[in-house]
Design a protein around this ligand. Sequence first.
Ligand code: SF4
Ligand code: SF4
Length: 328
Amino acid sequence: MSTAEAQLENIKEPLITNIQRYSLQDGPGFRTTIFLKGCPLRCPWCHNPDTQLTKKEISYYAEKCIGCGRCAERCPTGSTYIEQRGQEAFLKYDRSKCIGCGKCADACLTGARDIAGREMPMAEIIREAAADNMFFFNSGGGVTISGGDPMMFPEYTLELAKNLRQEGLHVALETSAFGPWHHLQPLLQYVNLFLIDIKAMDAEKYKNIIKGNLDVILNNFENLVKAGAAVRARLPMIPGFNNSQRDYEAYTEYLGKFVGRIEAVDLLPFHSYGEKKYQLLGRMESYQYLNVNSMEAKELKPFIKMLIEAGFVAGKSLTVGGLIGVNK
Ligand code: SF4
Ligand code: SF4
């Protein structure tokens, strides 16, 4: 192991929830997306709740459980236990006592328990990401650092981006940009493309619902553009949250100032795929979009029309779903 690799082995924070290959929606070409665990915001529609908290969590797939009790035997805290009621035994799980040690998941032979968030040495992440180099080369793709929010771990993200670039990889960073500029600024030299989420143009909604600060986000967005970075604005389109005519007007007025200065606006229609994850994590109470249907692209036609009138070009500087394409 080289000295550089040995140094990287020591950088183990944050936890990684997934390294997803062949993604087409997190930047140009085929991409490998690295999901870091931890986010400072709390979007009530979040479809990756497993990446919100920095700690390890257990996903429980009840339909796979055969009630063997191996998990309860291994649990050191008594959070997983067998409750005897007469002749019948019931498997119980008290999440409030769980320390996320993962011993239950290791013991489970059916995959009914899985741990969300694993330590992964940075050198291993780099090796895994670089393994797809041929696909990146042929498609104009690369690696996207996502989460959660990578800006929750600015030093780690900087080191990761630097090392990915040293491997000759195209690096995209997906972030809510909620953090001090001095955390983003050093990334300018290593990140090829910034994917900046702008979840609303209403400061009160940001503050009260998402738990963020719109001014901070827009300042960072503008600073990146001024610095000449390649930037795409990513707009999650959420029913009842930011899809009114007023929302469309505010977005169009603001983003219209950046026509020709940002690469594109990507509209990301709400989908309900995250619902199952809340169930698995035992956090249904924090999911406020239960039974809300996925949004169809055609619902965004009025907004698309406004953005086109402002100067964005459909399929080029304006996309729906974030599908950017290959070899661009
Ligand atoms: S993660 Fe550890 S503490 Fe939590 S239920 Fe499993 S074995 Fe018990
Ligand atoms: S070890 Fe797995 S299959 Fe057995 S009781 Fe626990 S969760 Fe169910």
